[in-house]
Design a protein around this ligand. Structure first.
Ligand SMILES: Cc1ncc(COP(=O)(O)O)c(C=O)c1O
Length: 386
């Protein structure tokens, strides 16, 4: 493969971190995870971080946690607004918890919410908006936080694709009441598998810790607001208060994460430099719609949508890429409404025209935290004569 979709971002530090854990002999969630959580929360300027074994698990416990708040919990049947384009596990937990999904179309240039469509979709039944910054590009958080504030609606940020991006100088993944991240292989930092929930809310934080860990009380804050200790150590050792899961990460994930986090800023800088080169080459090319940056994208990858007016068929472009050894994928997961799974959802669709264009005409190629200018030139040359 000449231009791969993702590559390892590990150096000697991550390998040393794994060896340290192996030597120490403690493998299940402990000190390294706790230190990584503290560093992660600190990096993004949030009070609390809970690490899970994937971004999907982070989404699962984040959705679940909102059902167990004392005040104003979500209830089955509540309406949640979601964009048509995101990853499958943005949607699945919402469905699994009995929420009604209201789909809103995307903007074809930014690939996140069409703000006009979002405003129209909010109803008196809307309880939550899920904002997904697509492939590094921040959502329009000024608009979205305004809509949430005016309508007293919870903002849930699935930031699994956009670690290190900023909107008005503030990191994405910090605008929501609850915010999720992924540290899977191809993402901005990688812990093999892994995910995070960030929140400033102490009640949610303690609920999340219990949900991650069998629903028990073992690692609750001493002043946890979600239960009262009964003083009997024997029963407290295995005391279950919530219908939780086991979605814990291991110590290696935590140790690797600490090493990776210290490199995040540098990684994002290089990704952004690569993006400038990509944008310079394809600027003004009417054949493709490339992603319009909002704020400071952390450029997960480079999206290209074959302009429907160009008369070019996507399959011709994809064949050219395949023959040249340039890996490519559908944008995020495409339009979820075009996947079989949607038949299980309780949902309403307010619009999906642009999501269909992204689904049927779009693709992305990889960005990496190293100098990619030669490969981007190669992409440009490969597509020049299509
Ligand atoms: C928007 C979004 N949400 C959730 C996830 C799930 O993350 P993970 O692969 O770590 O389970 C992904 C994965 O890439 C994603 O893109």
């Amino acid at each position: 493969m000449r231009f791969e979709i993702a590559s390892s971002t590990w150096g000697q530090e991550e390998k040393d971190a794994v060896m340290e854990v192996l030597k120490g002999g403690s493998f299940t969630m402990g000190r390294n995870v706790a230190e990584f959580e503290e560093a992660f929360a600190g990096y993004f300027g949030m009070r609390h971080a809970v690490m899970a074994n994937s971004g999907s698990s982070a989404n699962l416990i984040a959705v679940a946690s909102l059902f167990y708040r004392k005040d104003n919990p979500l209830k089955r049947g509540d309406e949640v607004i979601v964009p048509c384009v995101s990853w499958s596990t943005t949607f699945h937990p919402l469905h699994q918890y009995g929420l009604k999904l209201k789909f809103v179309d995307i903007d074809l240039e930014t690939l996140s919410y069409d703000i006009g469509g979002l405003k129209k979709a909010v109803s008196k039944n809307t309880r939550m908006i899920v904002a997904v910054s697509i492939l590094g590009n921040p959502c329009q958080f000024d608009e979205i936080t305004g809509i949430c504030g005016e309508n007293n609606v919870v903002l849930f940020e699935d930031n699994c694709e956009s670690m290190g991006a900023r909107f008005n100088g503030r990191y994405t993944g910090t605008f929501g009441l609850i915010n999720t991240f992924s540290t899977f292989f191809s993402h901005h930092i990688s812990t093999m598998e892994g995910g995070f929930v960030l929140t400033d809310d102490k009640e949610l934080y303690n609920i999340l810790k219990s949900l991650r860990n069998h629903g028990w009380t073992r690692d609750q804050d001493p002043d946890s607001p979600i239960f009262e200790r009964n003083g009997d150590d024997f029963f407290e050792a295995y005391r279950f208060i919530l219908p939780g899961y086991n979605v814990r990460p291991g110590e290696m994930h935590g140790a690797i994460g600490k090493a990776q986090l210290s490199k995040l800023e540098g990684f994002v800088k290089v990704r952004r430099r690569n993006a400038r080169h990509f944008k310079d080459l394809f600027r003004g090319d009417k054949r493709f719609i490339t992603q319009k940056e909002i704020g400071e994208s952390s450029w997960f990858s480079f999206t290209m949508i074959v302009n429907p007016d160009s008369g070019i068929e996507r399959k011709r472009v994809l064949k050219r890429l395949k023959d040249a050894g340039i890996e490519h994928r559908i944008i995020t997961g495409g339009n979820i409404l075009r996947h079989d799974v949607v038949k299980y959802y309780d949902c309403e669709v307010t619009g999906s025209k642009n999501a269909d264009i992204a689904h049927y005409n779009g693709f992305f190629v990889g960005n990496h935290p190293y100098d990619l200018r030669d490969k981007i030139d190669f992409l440009y040359e490969t597509l020049k004569t299509v």
